[in-house]
Write a protein that binds this ligand. Structure first.
Ligand SMILES: [Zn+2]
Length: 156
């Protein structure tokens, strides 16, 4: 007789961890410092700046933990990094300093390539956005639009 446990899908957490282990801490430190400098740009519209500060703080807190422990790579906030990368695109037109703009583009590209490795071909059941592997061991996937985690069986 089958029970729910038998049908429980294999979690993607091991896959997540394998990719997460390749995170370059130095690159992350550089990324956050470039963003901190960009946030000093005076003419950024208030709402863009506030969102970016919020996402920056989430990623920066994670970075601090990571730098202290040098090992906690199992819960990389993929969704927060993804939002921060979207903020970079919004803020670019307001950054007058050409060198800072170049640094922003380059570090954002590096992290886009990195977090794209967590991207899957599965689509969110709510908004149809492509899902990332979830950083939570109890789930398989996470939607960056809905900020919601899903199990494999919840997808079609
Ligand atoms: Zn969604």
């Amino acid at each position: 007789m089958k029970n729910e446990f038998d049908e429980k899908p294999t979690k993607n957490y091991e896959k997540f961890k394998a990719i997460a282990l390749e995170l370059d801490i130095v690159a992350l430190v550089n990324f956050t410092s470039v963003i901190a400098r960009a946030l000093l740009t005076e003419n950024i519209p208030k709402e863009i700046k506030e969102m970016m500060e919020y996402h920056y703080n989430e990623v920066d807190d994670f970075k601090k933990d990571l730098v202290v422990s040098l090992s906690t790579k199992e819960d990389i906030p993929i969704v927060s990094i993804n939002w921060l990368l979207e903020d970079v695109q919004k803020v670019l037109p307001y950054v007058g300093d050409a060198l800072l703009q170049k640094e922003l583009i380059e570090s954002a590209e590096l992290f886009r390539n990195y977090i794209n490795r967590f991207l899957t071909e599965k689509k969110c059941p709510r908004c149809k956005t492509l899902l990332f592997l979830s950083d939570l061991p109890q789930y398989d996937y996470v939607c960056s639009e809905c900020d919601e985690n899903f199990d494999n069986f919840e997808l079609k």
